[in-house]
Design a protein around this ligand. Structure first.
Ligand SMILES: [Zn+2]
Length: 249
Protein backbone atom coordinates (compact mmCIF):
# COMPACT_ATOMS: atom_id res chain seq x y z
CA UNK A 1 0.00 0.00 0.00
CA UNK A 2 2.89 2.30 0.80
CA UNK A 3 4.45 1.69 -2.62
CA UNK A 4 1.12 2.07 -4.40
CA UNK A 5 0.59 5.38 -2.60
CA UNK A 6 4.01 6.60 -3.76
CA UNK A 7 3.20 5.59 -7.33
CA UNK A 8 -0.14 7.44 -7.12
CA UNK A 9 1.65 10.53 -5.79
CA UNK A 10 4.09 10.37 -8.68
CA UNK A 11 1.10 10.46 -11.00
CA UNK A 12 0.18 13.83 -9.48
CA UNK A 13 3.69 15.10 -10.24
CA UNK A 14 3.24 13.86 -13.81
CA UNK A 15 -0.09 15.72 -13.97
CA UNK A 16 1.65 18.92 -12.82
CA UNK A 17 3.95 18.63 -15.84
CA UNK A 18 1.73 17.21 -18.52
CA UNK A 19 -1.86 18.11 -17.61
CA UNK A 20 -1.68 21.86 -17.61
CA UNK A 21 -5.26 22.17 -18.83
CA UNK A 22 -6.49 21.02 -15.39
CA UNK A 23 -7.68 23.76 -13.07
CA UNK A 24 -5.76 22.51 -9.98
CA UNK A 25 -2.55 22.21 -12.01
CA UNK A 26 -2.95 25.78 -13.27
CA UNK A 27 -3.56 26.89 -9.69
CA UNK A 28 -0.37 25.18 -8.44
CA UNK A 29 1.63 26.74 -11.27
CA UNK A 30 0.15 30.19 -10.58
CA UNK A 31 0.69 30.17 -6.80
CA UNK A 32 3.73 27.98 -6.20
CA UNK A 33 5.78 27.35 -9.30
CA UNK A 34 5.21 30.72 -10.99
CA UNK A 35 8.01 31.20 -13.53
CA UNK A 36 10.13 28.33 -12.23
CA UNK A 37 9.88 24.68 -13.20
CA UNK A 38 8.69 21.56 -11.41
CA UNK A 39 12.26 20.24 -11.38
CA UNK A 40 13.76 23.33 -9.78
CA UNK A 41 11.01 24.65 -7.51
CA UNK A 42 12.01 24.51 -3.84
CA UNK A 43 9.74 23.38 -1.03
CA UNK A 44 9.08 26.42 1.18
CA UNK A 45 7.51 26.73 4.61
CA UNK A 46 4.23 27.90 3.07
CA UNK A 47 4.07 24.97 0.61
CA UNK A 48 1.02 22.88 1.41
CA UNK A 49 1.50 19.41 2.89
CA UNK A 50 -0.04 17.78 -0.16
CA UNK A 51 2.12 19.64 -2.66
CA UNK A 52 5.18 18.91 -0.55
CA UNK A 53 4.42 15.17 -0.77
CA UNK A 54 3.95 15.44 -4.53
CA UNK A 55 7.23 17.33 -4.99
CA UNK A 56 9.04 14.79 -2.80
CA UNK A 57 8.39 12.18 -5.52
CA UNK A 58 10.91 13.96 -7.79
CA UNK A 59 13.59 11.92 -6.07
CA UNK A 60 11.64 8.72 -6.70
CA UNK A 61 11.35 9.66 -10.37
CA UNK A 62 15.13 10.01 -10.62
CA UNK A 63 15.60 6.63 -8.92
CA UNK A 64 13.33 4.70 -11.27
CA UNK A 65 14.71 6.26 -14.45
CA UNK A 66 12.52 9.17 -15.58
CA UNK A 67 9.12 9.60 -17.22
CA UNK A 68 9.92 7.31 -20.17
CA UNK A 69 9.75 4.19 -18.01
CA UNK A 70 6.47 5.00 -16.26
CA UNK A 71 4.42 6.70 -18.96
CA UNK A 72 3.68 6.23 -22.63
CA UNK A 73 1.32 7.85 -25.14
CA UNK A 74 0.59 10.64 -22.69
CA UNK A 75 -0.64 8.18 -20.09
CA UNK A 76 0.90 7.56 -16.72
CA UNK A 77 0.88 4.00 -15.38
CA UNK A 78 0.63 3.62 -11.60
CA UNK A 79 0.84 -0.15 -12.08
CA UNK A 80 4.12 0.09 -13.99
CA UNK A 81 5.58 2.45 -11.39
CA UNK A 82 4.49 0.16 -8.58
CA UNK A 83 6.14 -2.83 -10.25
CA UNK A 84 9.38 -0.88 -10.79
CA UNK A 85 9.53 -0.07 -7.09
CA UNK A 86 8.89 -3.63 -6.01
CA UNK A 87 11.59 -6.13 -5.29
CA UNK A 88 11.45 -9.33 -7.31
CA UNK A 89 9.40 -11.65 -5.15
CA UNK A 90 8.73 -15.19 -6.14
CA UNK A 91 5.07 -15.80 -7.02
CA UNK A 92 3.44 -18.20 -4.60
CA UNK A 93 1.42 -21.08 -6.03
CA UNK A 94 -1.62 -20.23 -3.89
CA UNK A 95 -1.91 -16.56 -4.86
CA UNK A 96 -5.21 -17.11 -6.69
CA UNK A 97 -6.62 -18.94 -3.70
CA UNK A 98 -6.53 -15.70 -1.72
CA UNK A 99 -7.32 -13.32 -4.60
CA UNK A 100 -9.82 -15.29 -6.68
CA UNK A 101 -11.96 -16.26 -3.73
CA UNK A 102 -15.39 -14.89 -2.81
CA UNK A 103 -15.40 -16.22 0.75
CA UNK A 104 -15.71 -13.80 3.68
CA UNK A 105 -12.64 -11.61 4.35
CA UNK A 106 -12.15 -13.10 7.84
CA UNK A 107 -12.05 -16.64 6.48
CA UNK A 108 -9.61 -15.63 3.71
CA UNK A 109 -7.37 -14.07 6.33
CA UNK A 110 -7.30 -17.27 8.40
CA UNK A 111 -6.68 -19.29 5.22
CA UNK A 112 -3.75 -16.99 4.39
CA UNK A 113 -2.27 -17.48 7.87
CA UNK A 114 -2.76 -21.26 7.59
CA UNK A 115 -1.00 -21.28 4.19
CA UNK A 116 1.94 -19.42 5.72
CA UNK A 117 1.82 -21.66 8.82
CA UNK A 118 1.40 -18.58 11.01
CA UNK A 119 -1.67 -19.61 13.02
CA UNK A 120 -1.16 -20.01 16.76
CA UNK A 121 -1.43 -23.79 16.67
CA UNK A 122 0.23 -25.41 19.68
CA UNK A 123 3.14 -26.85 17.67
CA UNK A 124 4.21 -23.21 17.15
CA UNK A 125 3.14 -21.85 20.55
CA UNK A 126 5.12 -24.59 22.34
CA UNK A 127 8.33 -23.22 20.75
CA UNK A 128 8.17 -20.09 22.90
CA UNK A 129 6.01 -21.44 25.72
CA UNK A 130 7.52 -24.72 26.83
CA UNK A 131 4.76 -25.41 29.37
CA UNK A 132 2.18 -25.51 26.59
CA UNK A 133 0.97 -29.01 25.70
CA UNK A 134 1.52 -29.92 22.05
CA UNK A 135 -1.60 -32.09 21.94
CA UNK A 136 -4.45 -31.14 19.61
CA UNK A 137 -7.10 -28.98 21.28
CA UNK A 138 -9.84 -30.90 19.51
CA UNK A 139 -8.98 -34.58 19.97
CA UNK A 140 -6.24 -34.39 22.63
CA UNK A 141 -4.53 -37.41 21.05
CA UNK A 142 -2.23 -36.24 18.27
CA UNK A 143 0.10 -33.23 18.15
CA UNK A 144 -1.56 -30.12 16.83
CA UNK A 145 -0.30 -28.65 13.57
CA UNK A 146 -2.06 -26.97 10.65
CA UNK A 147 -2.14 -30.28 8.78
CA UNK A 148 -3.50 -32.25 11.75
CA UNK A 149 -5.97 -29.64 13.03
CA UNK A 150 -7.57 -28.83 9.68
CA UNK A 151 -7.32 -32.10 7.82
CA UNK A 152 -6.31 -35.12 9.90
CA UNK A 153 -8.25 -34.62 13.13
CA UNK A 154 -11.43 -36.72 13.30
CA UNK A 155 -13.61 -33.66 13.97
CA UNK A 156 -12.22 -31.85 10.91
CA UNK A 157 -12.61 -34.95 8.77
CA UNK A 158 -16.31 -35.08 9.69
CA UNK A 159 -16.71 -31.37 8.78
CA UNK A 160 -14.96 -31.82 5.40
CA UNK A 161 -16.89 -34.95 4.59
CA UNK A 162 -20.31 -33.40 5.38
CA UNK A 163 -19.48 -30.11 3.62
CA UNK A 164 -18.10 -31.65 0.43
CA UNK A 165 -20.98 -34.08 0.24
CA UNK A 166 -23.26 -31.09 -0.29
CA UNK A 167 -21.52 -30.28 -3.60
CA UNK A 168 -21.22 -33.94 -4.57
CA UNK A 169 -17.53 -34.37 -3.72
CA UNK A 170 -15.54 -36.43 -1.26
CA UNK A 171 -12.52 -35.37 0.85
CA UNK A 172 -8.99 -35.88 -0.44
CA UNK A 173 -7.12 -38.74 1.20
CA UNK A 174 -3.57 -37.36 0.87
CA UNK A 175 -1.93 -34.86 3.24
CA UNK A 176 -2.66 -31.30 2.14
CA UNK A 177 -4.83 -32.67 -0.67
CA UNK A 178 -7.77 -30.36 0.00
CA UNK A 179 -5.63 -27.24 -0.18
CA UNK A 180 -3.83 -28.48 -3.29
CA UNK A 181 -7.15 -29.06 -4.98
CA UNK A 182 -8.41 -25.63 -3.88
CA UNK A 183 -5.25 -24.02 -5.35
CA UNK A 184 -5.97 -25.71 -8.70
CA UNK A 185 -9.66 -24.84 -8.67
CA UNK A 186 -8.99 -21.21 -7.75
CA UNK A 187 -7.52 -20.79 -11.27
CA UNK A 188 -10.91 -21.56 -12.77
CA UNK A 189 -13.93 -19.27 -13.09
CA UNK A 190 -16.42 -22.13 -13.35
CA UNK A 191 -19.28 -21.97 -10.91
CA UNK A 192 -18.59 -25.40 -9.41
CA UNK A 193 -14.94 -24.55 -8.77
CA UNK A 194 -15.79 -21.16 -7.28
CA UNK A 195 -18.14 -22.89 -4.86
CA UNK A 196 -15.50 -25.44 -3.93
CA UNK A 197 -12.95 -22.71 -3.14
CA UNK A 198 -15.45 -20.77 -1.03
CA UNK A 199 -16.58 -23.89 0.78
CA UNK A 200 -12.99 -24.92 1.57
CA UNK A 201 -12.14 -21.47 2.88
CA UNK A 202 -15.24 -21.24 5.07
CA UNK A 203 -14.72 -24.81 6.38
CA UNK A 204 -11.15 -24.04 7.37
CA UNK A 205 -12.24 -20.86 9.15
CA UNK A 206 -15.12 -22.67 10.89
CA UNK A 207 -12.76 -25.39 12.16
CA UNK A 208 -10.42 -22.71 13.52
CA UNK A 209 -13.32 -20.96 15.30
CA UNK A 210 -14.52 -24.28 16.79
CA UNK A 211 -11.00 -25.12 17.93
CA UNK A 212 -10.77 -21.77 19.74
CA UNK A 213 -14.27 -22.12 21.21
CA UNK A 214 -13.38 -25.53 22.60
CA UNK A 215 -10.01 -24.36 23.90
CA UNK A 216 -11.11 -21.08 25.49
CA UNK A 217 -14.81 -21.62 26.30
CA UNK A 218 -15.20 -25.40 26.39
CA UNK A 219 -17.97 -25.21 23.74
CA UNK A 220 -17.98 -27.28 20.56
CA UNK A 221 -20.66 -27.45 17.88
CA UNK A 222 -21.35 -30.71 16.10
CA UNK A 223 -19.81 -31.06 12.61
CA UNK A 224 -23.31 -30.96 11.06
CA UNK A 225 -24.13 -27.67 12.83
CA UNK A 226 -20.79 -26.23 11.65
CA UNK A 227 -21.47 -27.26 8.06
CA UNK A 228 -24.91 -25.59 8.22
CA UNK A 229 -23.24 -22.33 9.25
CA UNK A 230 -20.64 -22.72 6.52
CA UNK A 231 -23.30 -23.30 3.86
CA UNK A 232 -25.23 -20.25 5.05
CA UNK A 233 -22.11 -18.08 4.69
CA UNK A 234 -21.32 -19.48 1.26
CA UNK A 235 -24.91 -18.93 0.11
CA UNK A 236 -24.82 -15.33 1.38
CA UNK A 237 -21.59 -14.50 -0.44
CA UNK A 238 -21.97 -16.26 -3.76
CA UNK A 239 -23.80 -14.89 -6.80
CA UNK A 240 -27.29 -15.88 -7.90
CA UNK A 241 -26.16 -18.71 -10.23
CA UNK A 242 -23.81 -20.25 -7.67
CA UNK A 243 -26.50 -20.04 -4.99
CA UNK A 244 -28.90 -21.82 -7.31
CA UNK A 245 -26.31 -24.54 -7.89
CA UNK A 246 -25.71 -24.86 -4.15
CA UNK A 247 -29.44 -25.23 -3.48
CA UNK A 248 -29.78 -27.77 -6.30
CA UNK A 249 -26.96 -29.92 -4.95
ZN1 LIG B 1 -6.91 -33.63 16.71
Amino acid sequence: MNLWNKAALLKQLWALLFKQDKLWVRWVHAYYIKRGSIESVTVKSNTSWLLRKILDTRELLRDIGGWEVVSSLQKFSIKRTYKLMQDNFEKVSWRRLTCNNQATPKSKFILWLALLNRLATVDRVSKWNRECSTLCKMCGIQNESVQHLFFDCDYSKSVWSAALQVIGMSPESTAGGELRKAVQKARSKRSKNRLYVMLCTECLYAIWIQRNCKHFKGILLSPIAVVKEVLFKVACNCNENDRHRLLLT
